[in-house]
Design a protein around this ligand. Structure first.
Ligand SMILES: *Cc1c(COP(=O)(O)O)cnc(C)c1O
Length: 233
């Protein structure tokens, strides 16, 4: 596709998604400024992702570290991009990933959190992370079980700041049921805050199919891919 046409389609998608986020926030009596859109660029290459940045989306998410590195390099002239790691992160990918100072949404094990802590110390930074919750309670799914969350939050983490929780609705869940799962995440967050005294302001939940429900449930970050690249991929 011709670049100008792709740019126009993406700019239009971006406006529509922002509009839908604003409407969802207002329906729930929430301030739209309290809901950030993470543009998930995993479906497209850097040249297409750049149209989204030019349209005004400065928070970008990738689920694979190599793709994140590639795009960060290609888009290095945009110093205002904030990167978000939203997929499973292997410890051998930490060094290079953390140099980009991303928000890591997908801390799914105690082992990974410890490795992030060590790498953050080496790089003399304070890493910002979210804990990924397994809301379905299914042992085979990724994410931490609620009990594990309590113990992680009760431990001191020198070079890591845990900012909140991330969750995904189970595969094949319809939007209404996803909304119920997101409500459970918010309730869990409230309980964890109270029990551990650890502030957890961020809730990363909701994707193209279920972000209005996630916003109604209290999401502060929605991770949106398909709706932004509709018509160009
Ligand atoms: C791909 C992906 C998204 C975006 O999904 P869409 O349905 O395309 O909006 C959000 N979160 C995670 C973890 C993903 O892997």
């Amino acid at each position: 596709m011709e670049a100008g046409k792709a740019a126009a389609i993406i700019a239009d998608n971006w406006r529509q998604v922002q509009q839908r986020v604003t409407e969802a926030a207002e329906r729930s009596d929430r301030n739209p400024a309290g809901v950030h859109i993470i543009g998930v660029t995993k479906y497209v290459d850097a040249s297409v992702a750049q149209h989204l940045v030019n349209a005004g989306c400065k928070r970008l998410g990738e689920n694979r570290p190599q793709m994140l590195w590639q795009k960060a390099e290609a888009l290095a002239s945009h110093s205002d991009i904030q990167w978000h790691v939203i997929g499973h992160l292997q410890t051998n990918k930490l060094r290079r990933t953390m140099k980009l100072r991303p928000l890591i949404h997908s801390i799914d094990s105690e082992r990974l959190l410890r490795a992030v802590e060590e790498e953050a110390a080496k790089q003399e930074q304070v890493a910002e992370v979210l804990l990924e919750v397994n809301i379905s309670g299914d042992e085979n799914k990724t994410g931490l079980m609620p009990d594990a969350l309590t113990s992680l939050l009760e431990t001191e983490h020198a070079n890591v700041r845990i900012r909140g929780l991330m969750a995904m609705a189970g595969l094949g869940t319809d939007a209404a049921e996803a909304g119920n799962q997101f409500d459970e995440v918010r309730v869990l967050r409230d309980r964890l805050q109270q029990e551990t005294g650890n502030p957890l302001p961020e809730l990363s939940m909701g994707m193209t199919a279920d972000f209005p429900e996630a916003i109604a449930a209290g999401a502060t970050m929605v991770r949106i891919g398909s709706a932004l690249f509709d018509g160009v991929r």
